[in-house]
Design a protein around this ligand. Structure first.
Ligand code: FE2
Ligand code: FE2
Length: 207
């Protein structure tokens, strides 16, 4: 069977739905590569900064890697602005939705809120509220989002920074999106992992 037999879902039978499930599993397995393709599309996105959105994403991920961050953090840094293509007004939530089944709860929260935290660096120049993040004061992951923005996001617009290429990060992305969705061992609800690990950073950078 190359397609299902039905034209309206209510007429489908077990054979149809088992056939579709097999297709969906196969399709889901290629999510990592589709996301990497989307990331490359960010290179054509609206800018005005000294580097493209792809360059910014790679720079954020490179900084995370050099800080000794773990895989969840690196992939979160790499994909945190992937929503810019289709969701310019809630790009943070869009990226968090993509990551949510596959990374630690901590990382999903940070990516989801990073838009509000980033306002600290620019909103006052436009007459806006740079302290929008204060509504999350006292949250378990508040300091992590503060660090994420300070170390990896707001700092990653430097055209002279030595940024690692997309191919370097592909294995990290494929590993994350090959995980079992919503596995409690991956989500690790309530657990905090530091963004930086000086020992690992040393082995990666030789510094
Ligand atoms: Fe962003
Ligand atoms: Fe960003």
């Amino acid at each position: 069977m190359a397609t299902v037999k039905f034209t309206a879902m209510k007429d489908g039978d077990r054979e149809d739905y088992e056939f579709l499930t097999a297709h969906e599993i196969d399709y889901a397995a290629r999510t990592g590569d589709r996301l990497l393709d989307a990331l490359v599309q960010l290179d054509e996105g609206l800018s005005g900064y000294k580097i493209t959105r792809l360059g910014h994403s790679l720079q954020a991920a490179t900084r995370a890697w050099k800080d000794g961050a773990d895989t969840d953090w690196i992939v979160s840094a790499l994909l945190h602005d992937i929503g810019d293509i289709y969701a310019p007004y809630n790009h943070d939530e869009y990226a968090a939705t993509i990551l949510k089944p596959f990374v630690r709860e901590q990382c999903t929260w940070v990516v989801e809120k990073h838009g509000d935290f980033q306002r600290l660096y620019y909103a006052h120049h436009l007459g806006g509220n740079r302290h929008a993040r204060d509504r999350f004061a006292g949250h378990l992951y508040f300091d992590d989002c503060d660090q994420f923005c300070e170390r990896w996001d707001q700092s990653s617009f430097d055209p002279d920074y030595e940024t690692l290429p997309v191919g370097f990060f592909r294995p990290f992305v494929l590993e994350v999106f090959a995980r079992k969705a919503y596995d409690p061992a991956v989500i690790r609800a309530g657990e905090r992992v530091a963004l930086t690990n000086p020992d690992i950073a040393k082995t990666r950078t030789g510094a």
